[in-house]
Design a protein around this ligand. Structure first.
Ligand SMILES: NC(=O)c1ccc[n+]([C@@H]2O[C@H](COP(=O)([O-])OP(=O)(O)OC[C@H]3O[C@@H](n4cnc5c(N)ncnc54)[C@H](O)[C@@H]3O)[C@@H](O)[C@H]2O)c1
Length: 368
């Protein structure tokens, strides 16, 4: 697989490019960034043969099979669309688009073009979460009743930490979706995965806890009425229910996910929080043995050379990249975490936002 990466930023450096480097089946042949020096520095550092200032030049190359979109969120849809139109397989950071209908259009476009897609749902690929899914499929929890999910840490507890990915010109009289989308998407994706079912109705609230912050785009302290904490409850199609809470002003380390599933026979709790040099843990209890105990994640869930002592950024992403390459090179491998899954997550985000704004339960699917 010949890969072209769009965006020479922090996440490409720590997660995406190391993931490709670890998989013998692919090679990063080009990188593009409008700040050409960044693309050139990455090319030199990671041994990438070609650096461009324009994504068009990269996408136009007919010897590139896979385009990786690792750019600011507002650019994801246009870049993914251009790559899909050119017939490339696309890995895109979340969200593909802010409106679920656009994400669904991109999923349909991929279907028409006969190419595969994947979203940057990083935490689905943690070895402990993959093992948790395997245990659920084997019947460890029985019928799943309840899902509780968290994605929270203290990344922006300090208002001096420059905030990015925000529209600093937005109307500050109403709250803007922020953590619900940025942090919420991966844990919502895990809720759908583990419950084997999707949310059909939700009610939630968003709050702004820190009113003023330094914004990277302006370099100044300003009023930012963003959701830096949110919570919702909802019912799943299969009869279960769940809660999800996300925040980037809650004390705790990265990445800060916790997924709990309680069922008729057992319960599983997976924590992805880097503590004491370990980035993931899985605990289980059964109706017969109700005391939770540590479950060892089998070696087959780790990428080559990986362990729970590795940084979560490179560990989880190595599994994500390898999963995508397998899906592309082997028609028999079922896609997971693709744009259609992303459209369902985006619809859920849009539904929770609507519920907060109108202070009511909202049904999913949303009316067009
Ligand atoms: N899945 C996860 O766990 C996770 C974690 C961190 C970041 N992210 C996401 O990854 C994305 C990138 O984040 P980051 O922290 O690397 O951002 P960043 O700002 O450090 O880097 C983004 C880079 O993209 C470049 N860029 C802008 N427009 C471009 C275009 N048209 N073509 C090519 N390059 C372009 C910018 O110049 C910049 O160098 C964001 O969407 C972010 O939300 C996901």
């Amino acid at each position: 697989m010949r890969v072209g990466v769009l965006g020479a930023g922090a996440w490409a450096e720590f997660a995406h490019i190391p993931g490709y480097k670890r998989d013998q089946r692919c090679e990063v042949v080009a990188i593009a960034d409008p700040v050409l020096e960044r693309a050139q520095a990455f090319a030199e550092r990671f041994g990438i043969p070609q650096a461009y200032a324009s994504h068009e030049t990269l996408i136009a190359r007919d010897d590139i099979d896979l385009v990786d979109v690792c750019t600011p969120s507002a650019t994801h849809f246009a870049l993914s669309w251009a790559a899909l139109e050119a017939g490339k397989h696309v890995l895109c950071e979340k969200p593909v688009a802010y409106d679920y209908a656009d994400t669904r259009r991109a999923a349909e476009k991929a279907g028409q073009m006969g190419v595969r897609t994947k979203l940057g749902f990083t935490f689905r690929y943690s070895p402990a979460m993959q093992y948790m899914k395997d245990l659920i499929d084997q019947g460890y929890v029985g019928t799943p009743f309840i899902f509780n999910g968290y994605e929270q840490n203290s990344q922006w507890l300090n208002p001096q930490t420059p905030l990015r990915q925000v529209d600093h010109e937005a109307d500050q009289s109403s709250i803007q979706v922020s953590s619900l989308e940025g942090y919420g998407a991966p844990i919502m994706d895990l809720a759908h995965l583990f419950m084997g079912s999707r949310f059909t109705e939700v009610v939630g609230t968003m709050k702004n806890f820190i009113p003023e912050r330094v914004v990277r785009a302006t370099g100044t302290m300003m009023r930012m009425n963003i959701d830096d904490g949110d919570v919702f409850i909802g019912n799943f199609a299969n009869g279960g229910f769940g809660t999800i809470q996300t925040s980037f002003v809650t004390v705790g380390n990265y990445p800060g996910l916790e997924a709990r599933v309680y069922g008729s026979k057992g319960a599983l709790i997976c924590r992805l929080v880097e503590e004491n040099g370990i980035c993931e843990s899985l605990k289980g209890a059964t109706a017969e043995q109700v005391e939770f105990r540590d479950l060892e994640v089998p070696a087959r869930f780790y990428p080559p050379g990986g362990s729970k002592e590795e940084s979560w950024r490179s560990l989880f992403y190595a599994n994500l990249i390898s999963s995508f390459i397998s899906e592309i090179v082997d028609d028999g491998v079922v896609s997971q975490g693709h744009f259609e899954d992303g459209a369902h997550v985006q619809e859920l985000i849009n539904a929770v936002e609507l519920s907060c704004r109108e202070r009511r339960w909202v049904s999913i699917p949303l009316s067009p």
